[in-house]
Design a protein around this ligand. Structure first.
Ligand code: SF4
Ligand code: SF4
Length: 257
């Protein structure tokens, strides 16, 4: 009888800082178990060995920012039975998506000595999801484990506030008046920033039903002006629709008609 083939796992990178791929390598205790359960077919951050597709599970880091990227992601999709995007860049365009609010041509002229060598689309687009900048190790292992067991991954869609409560954090917004995006941000990090007396800046992106309007009212009560609110929503997940709408509303308020 022919030996059963192990599922083929591939990890692909687009425009990104490689932090989410490093989070995979950071699964030190679990990495051998993963490597035993799958054939790692393509993971350039870890190995030069490459096996041809098709792949059973593809993890995709980074956003689509060039015409070549747009073609490449379609080919990867064709080659993959399942595709999971990992991190803020892949799920909502990442920090690169700030260019969606700007004149890309002007940046190209100002920043690069030879702008003709730079190929870039006008926008940076997410692919669709493990959230975070970088992703949570626990969520990554849950997603890979769920795939191997043929079930849906159990990922939270509640807010970071719930994690604060479970962790016993003192609320930085209520106790110290520190602006915090936790009420509208998807859980998964374990409320790390409030645990260190910092407000959440939304690196896991919007939760399932984010009430950004009420949060903006609270931020204004704390004394935050529209330009500050705009900056708060325009970071790693600036292009996520709910955060984008909140920053655009703040931009409209900040700019006199
Ligand atoms: S610190 Fe932020 S995330 Fe934590 S409970 Fe308060 S508002 Fe929510
Ligand atoms: S608290 Fe907010 S900004 Fe900090 S790691 Fe968690 S989701 Fe990201």
């Amino acid at each position: 009888m022919a030996p059963t083939r192990k599922p083929r796992l591939a990890v692909f990178k687009f425009a990104s800082c490689d932090g989410c791929q490093l989070s995979i390598l950071d699964c030190e205790d679990e990495l051998l178990a993963i490597a035993g359960a799958v054939d790692i077919a393509d993971f350039r951050e870890a190995s030069r060995a490459v096996l041809e597709g098709p792949y059973d599970l593809s993890l995709v880091e980074g956003s689509v920012t060039t015409a070549h990227d747009a073609e490449r992601i379609k080919e990867i999709r064709k080659q993959s039975k399942a595709l999971v995007t990992i991190g803020a860049c892949a799920t909502s365009g990442g920090i690169q998506a700030l260019k969606n609010f700007s004149d890309v041509e002007e940046y190209r002229r100002v920043v690069y000595a030879r702008p003709e060598y730079i190929s870039s689309l006008a926008t940076s687009t997410g692919i669709a999801e493990l959230r975070g900048c970088p992703i949570s190790k626990a969520q990554l292992l849950e997603a890979v484990g769920a795939f191997l067991q043929g079930r849906a991954p159990n990922l939270p869609n509640e807010s970071v506030c719930n994690e604060c409560k479970r962790r016993g954090n003192v609320c930085v917004m209520v106790a110290h008046g520190t602006p915090c995006l936790g009420p509208v941000t998807q859980a998964g990090c374990g409320a790390i920033c409030p645990a260190y007396n910092r407000g959440c800046y939304g690196c896991f992106g919007p939760q399932a039903t984010p009430n950004t309007k009420s949060l903006v009212v609270e931020l204004k009560t704390l004394g935050m002006a529209p330009p500050g609110i705009l900056r708060l929503f325009r970071t790693f997940n600036a292009n996520a629709p709910e955060f984008r709408a909140a920053s655009e509303a703040a931009a409209a308020e900040a700019t006199p008609p």
